[in-house]
Structure formats: C-alpha cells, structure tokens
Design a protein around this ligand. Structure first.
Ligand SMILES: NC(=O)c1ccc[n+]([C@@H]2O[C@H](COP(=O)([O-])OP(=O)(O)OC[C@H]3O[C@@H](n4cnc5c(N)ncnc54)[C@H](OP(=O)(O)O)[C@@H]3O)[C@@H](O)[C@H]2O)c1
Length: 311
C-alpha cells in the first residue's frame, strides 16, 4: 500500500519542485491549496489536493489525516508588517503542528525553515522563521520532527533571486554592501532530493539541518558574477550602490506598498538580510545522517535557471 505524504506550499517555488519529485516515487502526495490558488494546482504534482489554508483548522485536519509524513513548506516570504509574517510562519506552524499531533500514530514532521532564522534580529521574516521553529519544538508532544534551514534557494520558477541573475545575464549587476560577504546557495532540485533522502534514511528526530550546494565556505558575490560571466562569455559590469541609498529606496518601497496594499520584496529588513556578512552554512550533519550529497554546481544551476527564464 502506498504511503501518504502531506505537502504544504506545493503551489509555490520550492514546494512545487518537491511535490513533483515525490510524485515520481511510491509516496502518495496530498497537498494543500488555498482557494485563491486553485488555478495553480497541476494534477501531476499531487494525487490529492485539499482546499484550505493554514488559518483553517478544519482543512488542516483533513490534510494530515492518516498521513505518514508532513513536509511543511508553505511560508510568507514577503510582507509589510510583523503580523503578515507571523500569521503564516508562526501561527500557521502552530495550527499544522496541532493537527498533526492529534493523529494516531503521529506523522513525521519536517519544517522548511530558513538560514535566516539564525539571525532573528535582522527582519520580521527572520524573526518569524525562528519563532516558527520554536513553536514546532515546544508543541510537538512526542511527534518526531526535524527542521531544515536552507540558505538562498534558486532555480527555475524562483521569483526572488531571478531578477538579479537576469541583470547579470544582461551584463550589469548592482553590488550592495561589502565585497567580502559570503553566502551559501542551494539549487532547488537538490533541496527536494535532500528531503527524499531524509524521508528514506533519516532516523534522528528533534534536530536542525543546514544544507548547501556542496561549495564549502560559500560564495562571495564576485564568484556568482564570474559564474554568470563564464556562461555569457563576456564580462559583467558591476555598479556599486551605497547601502544608505538602497535603504532609502527600501523605505520608500515599503511606504508605497503600504499605500497600495502590496507585499513588497525590498524592505529595510531585506536590506539588512542582504548585507549581512555571513550566510555560510554546513552540510556535514545532514550528509552523515542521510547520505545526501548535492549534485548541481553553481554554474550548472545558473545555466538551468537562466535558460528557463530566456524561454
Ligand atoms: N526561496 C528561498 O530562497 C528560501 C530559502 C530558505 C527558506 N525558504 C522557505 O521555503 C518555503 C517556501 O518558499 P518559496 O520560495 O517556495 O515561497 P513561495 O514561492 O512564495 O511559496 C509559498 C507557498 O506557501 C503558500 N502559503 C503562503 N501562505 C499560506 C497560507 N496562509 N496557507 C496556505 N498556504 C500558504 C503559498 O500558497 P499560494 O500559492 O496560495 O500563495 C505558496 O504555495 C518558505 O517557508 C520559505 O521561508 C525559502
């Protein structure tokens, strides 16, 4: 008999790639879809869709009923106010955890948090991801759980990093903050594969896993620029933008978003995240616990991402 795995966020960038990957295994995928996103539910990525919301306990109970595993990938990545992030990333986690812990037997639970949770003082987003982790840890009531803290995830379908990569592809890139800042990156299909490895081989519970694309020590932005330049076969012009100017633009953007009622990406909190000097993480523990190793190098990941955006 096939086993049921629940995925939230399957209409989003990471969740849709994960659901597609799981649909190719012997897991039966059951996914949550908000009524406003029904048009985004392709049949091939889940055998069953439950219409609902992280704010609606009834739909969450239907979602997790009889499931063997839950991967909670839904999250708010944009917002104006603290409450915009907390409603989804904290209260939403609490509700889903409650629904899961009511099950007999309880499913295994994987929360997709973020490396940003390591620095909760930087932004509402980072703080909400840390609080969501704490909610899971404190309310799990004996349910086995793990937390993944991915760094920046990129790939076809991503909306956050793509504009920057596209600028580089056109031959120009902004440089904000220090040249020495370092970040880890992860190609989206490698993240999905890591989750499959955890499902099949992960034995430990109550632990955090960091994961990246195998480039130990992370990248400086210049490494990313060089990789795109190699793909393009021509150099990329670097436009150094003062952080004070970007902060001003972010504040204006936030004010405009408040007036227009839109969820902005560039906010003062996002600028603090972008200019943080150290977003480097470590694969060692996940690798030794599950045997997962990433396959997609930066250059290959960028090639696939930019090829898709050219089409
Ligand atoms: N992208 C990255 O670089 C990155 C890095 C580290 C961690 N993460 C984490 O990975 C997760 C997915 O990120 P993503 O980049 O794939 O974001 P995304 O493309 O914006 O997708 C977010 C998903 O969450 C769903 N969602 C949001 N609020 C919901 C609610 N109240 N009820 C039910 N579903 C809700 C969205 O549904 P709709 O389609 O209906 O909007 C969508 O399916 C997030 O938790 C994020 O914090 C992302």
């Amino acid at each position: 008999m096939s086993r049921t795995i629940v995925i939230t966020g399957a209409t989003g960038f990471i969740g849709s790639v994960l659901a597609r990957r799981l649909a190719s295994t012997d897991w039966q995928v059951r996914a949550l879809v908000r009524p406003t996103s029904i048009h985004k539910q392709p049949n091939e990525i889940a055998s069953e869709w439950i219409t609902g919301d992280l704010e609606d306990m009834g739909s969450l109970r239907r979602l997790v009923g009889g499931a063997e595993a839950v991967v909670h990938c839904a999250g708010a990545v944009r917002g104006i106010h603290q409450v915009n992030f907390e409603r989804t990333n904290v209260d939403g986690v609490a509700r889903l955890v409650r629904a899961a812990t009511e099950q007999h037997p309880k499913p295994r639970f994987l929360l997709i948090s973020s490396l940003a949770a390591r620095e909760p003082d930087l932004s509402y987003y980072a703080a909400s991801k840390r609080k969501g982790e704490k909610v899971l840890a404190s309310k799990s009531g004996g349910m086995p759980w793990v937390i993944f803290r991915p760094p920046v995830v990129y790939g076809p379908g991503d909306r956050e990093m793509l504009p920057l990569f596209q600028w580089m592809h056109r031959g120009i890139t902004p440089i904000i903050g220090s040249d020495k800042s370092r970040i880890s990156l992860l190609y989206v299909e490698d993240l999905a594969e890591a989750i499959v490895y955890w499902l099949h081989r992960g034995k430990r519970s109550r632990c955090f896993y960091e994961l990246h694309d195998g480039h130990t020590g992370g990248y400086m932005w210049q490494d990313v620029i060089d990789a795109v330049a190699r793909l393009n076969g021509r150099p990329i012009y670097r436009a150094k933008i003062p952080v004070s100017f970007v902060k001003l633009v972010a504040s204006l953007n936030l004010m405009a978003a408040r007036v227009l009622g839109r969820a902005p990406m560039l906010t003062p909190g996002k600028v603090r995240e972008l200019t943080h000097p150290n977003w480097v993480c470590d694969n060692t523990v996940l690798n030794s616990d599950t045997g997962w190793t990433p396959k997609v190098t930066l250059e290959e990941g960028l090639r696939r991402t930019l090829r898709q955006s050219d089409n």
